[in-house]
Every structure is written in C-alpha cells, then in structure tokens.
Design a protein around this ligand. Structure first.
Ligand SMILES: Nc1nc2c(ncn2[C@@H]2O[C@H](COP(=O)(O)OP(=O)(O)OP(=O)(O)O)[C@@H](O)[C@H]2O)c(=O)[nH]1
Length: 291
C-alpha cells in the first residue's frame, strides 16, 4: 500500500495488484495540508481498508521528499485518542529515511542555512534508521563526509550504505523503535504517561523520574542548567528524544519522544533500535548545544 500523502487526495490502492478489485480509496484532504489533515483522513483510510480487507502485516507509508515526519510519526504513535477499536491495531514501528549519497551532503548544507533546520535535517533527525543510498555513485571520502554530517544531526540512528536501496528487511522492519508503546494496549497501562503540550496533564506525570527535565526542555524551551537559573531559548526544539534512565533502586525507564510528545515506560525490551545500553539521554533537535 502506498500513499502520496502530500497530494490533495490520498490513494490507498495498489496499482500493481491485479487482485486489488475495486479497492480504490480516494480521500479528500480538508485543506490540502498533510500535517493538519492526515490525523483524521489518513487514519480513516487505513481503518476503512482494514475493515474491508482484514488487518495488514505491515503498512509502509512513503512520504514525498518535502514531508515533515514529526507530526506524522506522532500521530501514528499510539496514544489514548487512538487506542480504541481498529486504531488499537496500528502502532508505529519506526521511521526510515533514505539519504541520496550523491546529493545528500549539498541538501543538508543548504538546509542548515534555512533556520538551521530545513526539511532534510528534520527528516534525518526524526529517523530511527537511515539508508545512505546510491553509494556506487560517489567516492568513499564523500560517503564518509556525508555519514559524519548525518551522524551529527542524528547520533542514535544506524546508517546503512545501500545500492538501489537494497537492504535486509530486518534492519528496517519490526525494529520496535517506539517500543514501550505496546504497553498502552494492556490493562496495566497508566493513563497520561503519553502526553503532549496541549494536554493539561502535567500533574499526572510528575512522578516520572525525568519529568522535570523534560518539561523544561520540551515545553518551556528552557535549557536546564543544574541550578535555579534557566537558560530560555525560544528557538530550542526537540524533534526526537530517546533515553534510558536508571534509578538508584535499579529500576530502568525508557524514554521515547517525538517533538513535544513523550512517553516514559519501565524497561521490558532491551532490543530496541537507538536505546542506549546504560543510562543516557539522546536529544535530537535545534538549539541544544551545551544542554
Ligand atoms: N546508480 C544508482 N542509481 C540508483 C540507485 N537507487 C536508485 N537509482 C536510480 O536513480 C533514479 C532516481 O531514483 P530515486 O532517486 O530513487 O528517485 P525517487 O525515489 O523517485 O525519488 P523521490 O522523489 O525522492 O522519492 C532511478 O533511475 C533509479 O533507478 C543506486 O543506488 N545507484
């Protein structure tokens, strides 16, 4: 299934599939803006398909080159709003970004000059796995430079060099990059562990070990300095965060975050892409130097 989600309509049919019968689903986006419309339209289209055709093994959503993956990822990242009915069956596995080895470096350089965080950098920052594709077309030196630039933007995503995007699927599917979310589906999940800036739920999550730090960073745009002083930076943006907090008691909590939405869960699965082995917080975004 493929969606051209920047078009005015969403097409969730498969043109190649001769068995596809009349499965065309064209959905008008209310205002043509993906980030504002897909929350309802995209989920609705997938739900409709699932009702008619049963659950899918995987749904691969390919955005066009200019998409900002943050809002899309946070929408598919299961939260309370989406955890009823069919929506319960959809969860976000991970975000994969394909960087063109021939032009990626130039694109990143240009995008650094656009408010320091142009689209290519946002896409890399929000990714859990990166494919550096077309490596047959450039020198090893250029590859190394491009990899270094990618790594600076996103130190936690593994980078795979590919030709024709050829890669073993184990690296890009079932990667569980948003692990912890599955716990939302069982009865022991405590509500309000997954919050965003619009939620009036800060009081509920204050037991969370890292909450104070996150509140400052994600919502107040203050760099925590360790003392009472707070370094306010309105242009500070966290696009993606992951981390492992180890309490003195030995309890471990995993942090997952997309933009200003985050979740803390007790560690169950260690085998998660991008989660450090020992206590560490990885913040990917803008204005975070020296934080
Ligand atoms: N030499 C070489 N060519 C490639 C490789 N991958 C894709 N191509 C070719 O590059 C051309 C453009 O393909 P892409 O860059 O993948 O284009 P696309 O995916 O439509 O681009 P988007 O609009 O960004 O999605 C096609 O002719 C591909 O066959 C590669 O690894 N090596």
């Amino acid at each position: 299934m493929e969606q051209n989600i920047e078009a005015k309509a969403i097409n969730v049919s498969s043109h190649e599939d001769p068995m596809a019968e009349k499965s065309e689903e064209f959905l008008e986006l209310a205002n043509g803006c993906l980030c504002c419309s897909i929350k309802d339209a995209g989920i609705a289209a997938i739900e409709k398909l699932m009702e008619r055709k049963g659950a899918f093994d995987h749904i691969i959503l390919e955005t066009t080159g200019l998409a900002d993956p943050g809002p899309i990822a946070s929408m598919f990242w299961l939260n309370e709003e989406y955890s009823a009915g069919l929506r319960k069956q959809i969860s976000l596995d991970g975000v994969v970004c394909v960087v063109d080895a021939a032009f990626g470096q130039q694109q990143m350089e240009e995008d650094h000059s656009i408010d320091g965080i142009g689209e290519s950098l946002r896409q890399i920052a929000c990714s859990d796995v990166i494919l550096l594709n077309k490596v047959d077309l450039v020198s090893n030196d250029k590859l190394a430079v491009t990899e270094e630039m990618i790594h600076k933007v996103n130190p936690s995503a593994p980078i795979h060099r590919t030709i024709q995007a050829n890669i073993d699927l184990v690296h890009i599917m079932n990667i569980d990059a948003y692990a912890g979310v599955k716990q939302l589906q069982n009865d022991t999940f405590k509500p309000h562990q997954l919050c965003d800036a619009s939620d009036d739920c800060h009081d509920h999550i204050c037991q969370s070990p890292a909450t104070h730090y996150e509140l400052q960073l994600l919502w107040r745009h203050d760099k925590p300095t360790g003392g009472d002083h707070k370094d306010h930076n309105p242009s500070l943006r966290v696009l993606r965060c992951k981390g492992l907090f180890v309490l003195e008691t030995g309890e471990e909590f995993m942090l997952q975050g997309v933009q200003n939405m985050y979740e803390m869960t007790p560690v169950e699965a260690r085998d998660v892409v991008g989660i450090p082995d020992s206590g560490k917080l990885v913040l990917i975004g803008k204005g975070l130097d020296d934080t």
